[in-house]
Design a protein around this ligand. Sequence first.
Ligand SMILES: NC(=O)c1ccc[n+]([C@@H]2O[C@H](COP(=O)([O-])OP(=O)(O)OC[C@H]3O[C@@H](n4cnc5c(N)ncnc54)[C@H](O)[C@@H]3O)[C@@H](O)[C@H]2O)c1
Ligand SMILES: [Fe+2]
Length: 386
Amino acid sequence: MTMNPFEFRTVPAMEVAWGGAQRLGEILKARFSAQNVLLVTDAGLVKAGLIAPIAQNIKAAGLNVTIFDKVVADPPEHVVHGCVDEARKAGVNIVVGLGGGSSLDIAKLVAVLLQSDQPLSEMYGIGNVKGSRLPLVLVPTTAGTGSEVTNISIITTGETTKMGVVSPQLYADYVLLDAETTVGLPKVHTAATGIDAMVHAIEAYTSRHKKNPLSDALAREALRLLGANLIAACEDGSNRAAREGMLLGATLAGQAFANSPVAAVHALAYPLGGHYHVPHGLSNALMLGPVLRFNAKAAVPLYAELADVLGVSGTGDAEKRSADFVAHMEKLMDASGAPRRLRDVGVTDNSLAMLAADAMKQTRLLVNNPVEVREEDALALYREAY
Ligand SMILES: NC(=O)c1ccc[n+]([C@@H]2O[C@H](COP(=O)([O-])OP(=O)(O)OC[C@H]3O[C@@H](n4cnc5c(N)ncnc54)[C@H](O)[C@@H]3O)[C@@H](O)[C@H]2O)c1
Ligand SMILES: [Fe+2]
């Protein structure tokens, strides 16, 4: 069979090192010449005691550190602007994102905005960022979004809409995967962010236009690692092997979907984050079952392959194996302890039509779905998840 042409991009350098964040100062000094470090994070991580020793290590290496800890989940635009203002005052010349997807997404945009006069409002969409950025280092503390290796930042615009900036400038210069930083992540976040990562792998594997042999290989290995370690990481957060498997799996899934983009699960999840502040991973988990069943009509052969990747027991034709795969994902989500229905997270019945209308705005994502999603389909999917 001949091969479709494709392009693949990712970050130029990634290091996997348990405990590596404790020597971030030396790493920065060895790899970059910049002296004034901006550490982008959130108050929860500061409170958890994760940030102080790392900031201390950076100072001990002779660098200056400005900590910006005002990132919030599903960060709105004013967080970006506030961070840029503080960083300008401090004369920052290198940006380090240290936290979950929200902190990394802010760090990425701030590194661009510190070197650009282009307004943020002109950056949304695909390939609209002009110019370069400051040196950028990302250290994820959740095994979920894969933001550390994607060219994407997701920002809440206005009151409720989540929009993406997608541009090659958002690929970091260096990524540190230190799974020790994820040890304190509570069980409910471990479950939700881990399922988010699994959704990235699944949606990359079935993405309509840009799926390619490299994204496939990454998605498969990501799903294998995540499927094998999710429950172990949820049950015992200090299980080093499980945490390492989850973090690498989430990053590989990020590399896959940065090149073969996610689709309807994410399109339907974003309005839940925007309107109800359902955490990103959880909103994906809530929509995954219904969307998998909806997509199966086109994705049966691929879902059957993923059943084998996950080591799901059973035999049968592709139809049967695809059903086995969907059932296995549902079982995993049940076992993870994450809430399973929209009604359990405060969503009201009478808002489902509004959510469906909102989901249709996510055209960037919907075009990647293996089956076309119309507004009435979106409504039916929300009803099923309700
Ligand atoms: N850029 C991308 O490619 C991409 C992809 C998917 C999602 N996202 C975005 O990422 C965001 C979600 O990121 P997230 O799920 O990683 O969560 P998050 O960054 O919003 O953090 C959630 C909570 O977890 C806490 N936390 C994080 N790490 C911790 C740790 N190690 N120990 C204890 N607490 C910890 C934080 O303090 C915070 O309270 C959303 O805005 C979503 O839209 C981005
Ligand atoms: Fe996601």
